[in-house]
Design a protein around this ligand. Structure first.
Ligand code: GLU
Length: 512
């Protein structure tokens, strides 16, 4: 596509958390700007005073930064000049601009004052419903003579301002959907300014997009039915109409609109779960877009920015596949610097009281990285790690024995013999137990009991880790032994201590 320095914007309303749908909109805008050397603007649409909150705006900026989506213009833009170029970038600070524009439209006859009362409009609507007609404005005030209109307004009569939409169908081009057409009567004369004096979304968004020199409006297709109204507003001002690209809806795995029912959907929640931003960005990029000629699935931000085009965005709904996101997260966790992963994973462990809040001493940090290397391959996201490693910090023989599968393993006569032999031999072994010493000890237990394979290893694994399956002993044993001599908020029981307390509980359980 031949695009001369495009200017695009992300225009969120600070009325809640940033969700995957809006985050994808932000990402596509950002990618498009970076791909074609354009500008990416952030505009805060906070005209809904009751629902807008400063904390949501703060969180929104944090979420965008976390995703790596920096903005050239907007509140707290990356360069200082970006704060002022076409600002202010908060709609609540632009009310004078909107008012001035309304005066222009009233003066040139493209808009008119509508004095209809709520009761009148409700009655009209009811009639239309009863007659199975579309609920459009009758146009009652369209032909109030300008002088009379001005006089009624001056006399204090309340009025809204409506756009005179005309009779021609409204057509525009959508890069994702092609030619789009709406009949004028289906749009009817939209309200631009409410009788409270508050301008409406369609009106302010158009003024801002035009004044901010936006060339491409990329947003969710929930706004598709707003676009004809906006196109009519551009025309009323004589402004060039930008290109539009409406992105398809995101559905859950059951093909209904993605919502909280399906699981996490806010960016903040994914971050708290320990999804890496590069995984989420990669996933969101694929939610409606694919690279030329390929089935390739992993893309860095730079690769996306080099390949993204709107022509390859699909109009069909995208289905949010949590498993694919987790697969990408596992991919990026493998590639990530272990120190970074450790820093990200630590809060999950400090929250449990298992790691200290302060900076970790070197030996503890090294141990924690060793722990992560062992458990990372078995998780989808970082907040699953504590459960995987629970047996290290919170070793509880009673719970281990109560588990049904464990109980089945422990019920056999062989298991009892294996545990007796194991406990006896461990007691005679000096601490710390090395993987080599453990291995030859297990050979001795095997020879003494005749047990092998699962029969030999499962009872011992339950005794040391509380589960009959898990990471290799070669790695678990050193982790337990090294952990047991570290100064941690919760002490890690050593191999000797585990064996002793487990076998004592086991014996008590089998004799009582
Ligand atoms: N504030 C609108 C929203 O959050 C922006 C829509 C648009 O991009 O025009 O849905």
């Amino acid at each position: 596509m031949d695009v001369l320095k495009p200017r695009v914007r992300f225009a969120p309303s600070p009325t809640g958390q940033l969700h995957v749908g809006n985050a994808r909109t932000a990402l596509y805008n950002w990618l498009f700007a970076r791909r074609f050397g354009g500008d990416f603007l952030l505009r805060i649409e906070d005209t809904d005073i009751e629902r807008s909150e400063a904390r949501y705006e703060t969180q929104l900026l944090d979420d965008l930064r976390w995703l790596g989506l920096d903005w050239d213009e907007g509140p707290q833009a990356k360069s200082e000049s970006g704060e002022g170029l076409y600002g202010p970038y908060r709609q609540s600070q632009r009310l004078d601009i909107y008012r001035e524009h309304t005066d222009r439209l009233l003066a040139n006859g493209s808009a008119y004052r509508c004095f209809c009362t709520t009761e009148q409009l409700d009655a009209e609507r009811e009639q239309a419903v009863a007659a199975h007609q579309p609920q459009v404005y009758s146009g009652r005030c369209r032909n109030v003579p300008p002088q009379e209109s001005a006089a009624r307004a001056a006399g204090g009569e309340a009025f809204a301002v409506r756009l005179n939409i005309g009779v021609e169908p409204i057509r525009f081009h959508d890069i994702v959907r092609g030619a789009v057409e709406f009949a004028a009567e289906a749009v009817s004369d939209p309200v631009l300014v409410r009788s409270s004096g508050m301008p409406v979304y369609n009106y302010v968004v158009t003024i801002d997009d035009a004044l901010m020199r936006i060339t491409h409006v990329i947003r969710g297709d929930d706004h598709l039915s707003n676009t004809p109204k906006q196109v009519a507003i551009y025309r009323a001002f004589g402004w060039p109409v930008p290109e539009f690209a409406h992105l398809s809806t995101i559905l859950g795995p059951d093909k209904t609109r993605l919502s909280k029912r399906h699981g996490a959907t806010s960016i903040a929640t994914f971050r708290e779960m320990g999804i890496l931003p590069e995984a989420l960005v990669n996933y969101l990029a694929l939610l409606g877009w694919g690279a030329e000629g390929g089935t390739r699935e992993t893309f860095t931000m730079a690769e996306l920015a080099a390949e993204f085009t709107l022509e390859r965005v699909t109009p069909s709904p995208a289905i949010f596949d949590f498993n694919k996101l987790y697969w990408l997260n596992r991919h990026y966790l493998k590639l990530a610097d272990p120190k970074r992963v450790a820093a990200l994973a630590r809060p999950c462990f400090t929250a449990k009281g298992w790691l200290p809040e302060d900076t970790l001493p070197n030996n503890l940090e090294a141990w924690f990285e060793q722990l992560l290397a062992l458990f990372l391959p078995s998780v989808d996201h970082l907040d699953q790690l504590p459960e995987k490693a629970r047996f290290l910090f919170d070793f509880d023989p009673a719970t281990a024995m109560a588990n049904e599968e464990n109980a089945a393993v422990l019920a056999s006569e062989t298991a009892r013999k294996v545990l007796d032999e194991f406990a006896m031999r461990i007691a005679a072994l000096p601490a710390p137990v090395t993987p080599e010493a453990f291995k030859s000890l297990m050979n001795e237990v095997k020879a003494a009991t005749g047990a092998k394979g699962k029969d030999l290893f499962h009872p011992v694994r339950i005794a040391l880790t509380g589960a009959h399956s898990g990471p290799e002993f070669d790695k678990v044993i050193p982790l337990i032994e090294a952990g047991s001599v570290l100064l941690l908020p919760t002490r890690i029981a050593s191999v000797h201590e585990r064996t002793e307390s487990f076998v004592a509980a086991f014996r008590q359980g089998t004799t009582s």
